[in-house]
Ligand binder design. Structure first.
Ligand code: ADP
Ligand code: MG
Length: 412
């Protein structure tokens, strides 16, 4: 099914077209009408199946941009996911006037507060930071929330957010729609389901119906000065129909394109600085397979659907976990098989391990395998955070006056 067949606001449809989204993924097809019709929903589908847009598109459609109030609240387990979510909704909804915003820990509350004073229609939040806001400030008013979403509900349970979720759920006093998205359905989720979902529509996709699960993640560890050579060798021996090769900056992209041109024919280069007509014509030549290898910067690669790309190559290691997903999501789409190849140098080893874990990647190594255990100790994480700190005890918080007298939603 195509997005153009749905009764979407023209601005949303245009945004989707710009993002390169034409067909709904299976999870999007199954969840669109229950969400639009206001039903509660329980949806299970694996990572990479398009759950963000499954939720984001109908919600962007349902939001009334003229009402300056938080109408949708989305809870996610990590700050990376919060950012990814908000970015996707921004792309989907900005032409339609939908303003999303994310609050998460590890970032100044004051700055977040200032933004919250402006217009926010859709709030994405990690549970801990949201509760901080609710207890200690009046910056967030949830009284107009009509839809509550739990993304990665299974992950949130695993991370021990259950009391936080209970608290947030019970602080939404009005009737609202509740949507749960998860990749797995652990036993513990049953209590949340029976407590908070009313006659939910259940959508479960089995493996065959899932979208880009056929993506294999390859990695090669190399010294920085050997990296170009490693890439060239890889391109020569690998059976590639078409590849996107990512660089982190325009400057790098330019240099790499020149190097590759000495050896290979028909190299394309796409970056954020290109004028629209030029971009369109390069993309067109790539689509028509007149170009086999395309060097790209992140900005240029985002959201574009090159369904026939066989390889995504991270020549420069991507900044941030969501960037890895975005880049590699350009291949292995919609059931086709794809290969992601990432070159890793010493500098990136510190962040690699948490990226692999967060994206649940089972790496296939070419050549030497770095000792991540040792490296992790030596380098630590760049941002100085521990990974997925689990709460052993629920945090006791004093009730603030703001919440006394509120009637929690009935539990059944
Ligand atoms: P999930 O939350 O299920 O793990 P995401 O929402 O992160 O999956 O989506 C995975 C990738 O698929 C993203 O790169 C996203 O841009 C892309 N995507 C989602 N829906 C579509 C669509 N209808 N057409 C093309 N690409 C899509
Ligand atoms: Mg997701």
């Amino acid at each position: 099914m195509k997005f153009s067949e749905l009764d979407l606001k023209p601005e949303i449809l245009t945004a989707l077209t710009n993002m390169g989204y034409q067909d709904l993924t299976p999870i999007q097809e199954k969840t669109f009408s229950p969400i639009i019709s206001g039903r509660d929903l329980l949806a299970r589908a694996e990572t990479g199946s398009g759950k963000t847009a499954a939720c984001g598109i109908p919600l962007a459609q349902m939001i009334d941009p003229s009402l300056n109030a938080i109408q949708v609240l989305i809870l996610v387990p990590t700050r990376e996911l919060a950012l990814q979510y908000v970015e996707e909704i921004h792309r989907i909804g900005k032409l339609a006037g939908v303003v999303p915003f994310a609050v998460f820990g590890g970032f100044s509350m004051e700055i977040q507060k200032a933004k919250l004073r402006d217009r926010v229609h859709l709030l994405v939040a990690t549970p801990g930071r949201l509760i901080d806001f609710l207890y200690n400030t009046t910056a967030i008013d949830l009284s107009s929330v009509r839809t509550l979403v739990l993304d990665e509900a299974d992950e949130m349970l695993k991370m021990g957010f259950i009391e936080d979720i209970d608290f947030i759920m019970s602080s939404l006093i009005h009737e609202h729609q509740t949507l749960f998205f998860a990749a797995t359905m652990p036993k513990e989720i049953d209590r949340l389901i029976s407590a908070y979902l009313k006659e939910p529509v259940r959508v479960e996709l089995n493996k065959e119906q899932l979208s880009p699960q056929s993506l294999v993640h390859h990695f090669q560890y190399t010294e920085r000065r050997d990296r170009l050579n490693a890439l060239i060798q890889y391109l020569k021996k690998e059976k590639i129909s078409q590849a996107l090769i990512f660089c982190n900056s325009r400057h790098h992209g330019e240099k790499l394109k020149k190097e590759l041109e000495r050896i290979f024919k028909s190299i394309g280069y796409i970056h954020g600085g290109l004028e629209q007509p030029k971009r369109t014509s390069i993309f067109e030549r790539f689509r028509q397979k007149k170009i086999d290898l395309m060097v790209a910067t992140d900005l240029a690669g985002r959201g574009l659907d090159f369904s026939h790309v066989s390889h995504v190559i991270n020549y420069d290691y991507p900044f941030g976990q969501e960037s890895y997903t975005h880049r590699t999501g350009r291949t292995g789409r919609m059931g086709r098989s794809g290969i992601a190849m990432t070159f890793v140098t010493d500098e990136e080893l510190g962040v690699l391990k948490s990226m692999l874990k967060a994206n649940r990647i089972d790496p296939v190594w070419h050549g030497n395998i770095p000792n991540l255990q040792a490296v992790h100790k030596q380098y630590g994480r760049r941002d100085g955070k521990k990974h997925f700190k689990r709460r052993s005890q629920p945090v006791q918080r004093a009730k603030s006056p703001q919440f006394t007298g509120m009637v929690p939603t009935p539990l059944s």
